[in-house]
Design a protein around this ligand. Structure first.
Ligand code: NAI
Length: 290
């Protein structure tokens, strides 16, 4: 029984998934479904971003094959389930569509408005938003009961945790379907309510605030991260920022510098994806000595 939902609620069939955005998160999210044998159509807004995103998916699979975790045949089977596209119209036959585009309410609302016209009746519409109000996103459609948050953590093809954000109008069968699907793609799902940052990021936010204060007081990212790692955490706050993308939630206005984060973004230091963030990286995304 999940979060007050009857255990015999009929699940919606999920045979085909759509993912919008082939950036840091979209690619990893896509891999979870391909690896579980579920076909995915991935949509980007520009050809170079689409090619880059699909290239990263292939590279990740090939790296697993090189380590002996997958056969070449398994890599080709997974890649064979992937359909790259530049048009949201190609998502019309998807049972579940997960949006993983920029963290900006207006941009997300516009895409959900379009999905409302394109998605088939009964399709589940999910957002991978980190902080935004899922109810507000849902209200940009005529079917808020089909809308849910599916908040994956980076790297999305590796991290087990999935926060399933239940909106005020999310239907019981939508929540139950997503929880069952999470199991199928080998995630550990936790239901969260609508609030700023849900649970995981809410926990991490105060840590980041203190880390930023320490930075302003003269500590280096290396010192702060090193202490976290020696505490036994997999990485520190600045390593995590570089991995996730320093630009998440950035207002994208280089003339408005209100924090170290804004200053880094304005200088194109968006983290590992740009080869530099709080740290510099080589082409294999290893930090280079400073
Ligand atoms: P990203 O910037 O790496 O990728 C976003 C992609 O969406 C870009 O490739 C962009 O071209 C594409 N895009 C933008 N508008 C589009 C449209 N209208 N149609 C098709 N494609 C479009 O961003 P990232 O980091 O993958 O974040 C995506 C979402 O996931 C955000 O809402 C973010 O808050 C959330 N998220 C990010 C995490 C992270 O660690 N990076 C973790 C969990 C959630």
């Amino acid at each position: 029984k999940i979060d007050g939902i009857a255990s015999d609620v009929a699940l919606r069939p999920i045979a085909k998934v759509g993912v919008i955005g082939a950036g840091t998160m979209g690619g990893g999210i896509t891999m979870n479904f391909l690896s579980a044998g579920i076909a995915v159509t991935i949509v980007e807004q520009a050809e170079d971003a689409l090619n880059r995103g699909v290239g990263v998916i292939r590279k990740n699979y090939e790296a697993s094959a090189a380590k002996g975790r997958l056969t070449t045949e398994q890599v080709e089977t997974a890649m064979g389930l992937l359909t790259p596209s530049l048009s949201l119209d190609d998502l019309a036959d998807c049972d579940l569509i997960i949006e993983a585009i920029f963290e900006n309410m207006d941009v997300k609302k516009e895409v959900f408005g379009k999905l409302d016209a394109i998605a088939k009746p009964g399709a589940i519409l999910a957002s991978n938003t980190s902080y935004l109000n899922v109810d507000e996103i849902a209200a940009s459609t005529s079917r808020p009961n089909d809308v849910v948050g599916m908040h994956f953590f980076s790297p999305a093809n590796v991290m087990k945790l999935l926060e399933v954000v239940r909106g005020a109008k999310t239907a019981d069968d939508v929540l139950a379907t997503v929880m069952a699907l999470a199991k199928k793609i080998k995630k550990v799902a936790v239901v969260a309510g609508v609030c700023h940052g849900f649970i995981g990021n809410r926990m991490l936010m105060p840590r980041q605030v203190e880390a930023n204060k320490l930075l302003m007081e003269g500590a280096t990212p290396e010192q702060i991260d090193r202490v976290h790692v020696e505490f036994g955490m997999p990485m520190g706050p600045f390593q995590m920022s570089d991995l996730a993308g320093v630009d998440i939630g950035w207002h994208r206005d280089p003339s408005r510098i209100e924090s170290i984060r804004d200053a880094l973004c304005a200088e194109d230091r968006w983290g590992q994806k740009k080869g530099a963030g709080f740290y510099d990286y080589d082409e294999k995304r290893n930090p280079t000595p400073s």
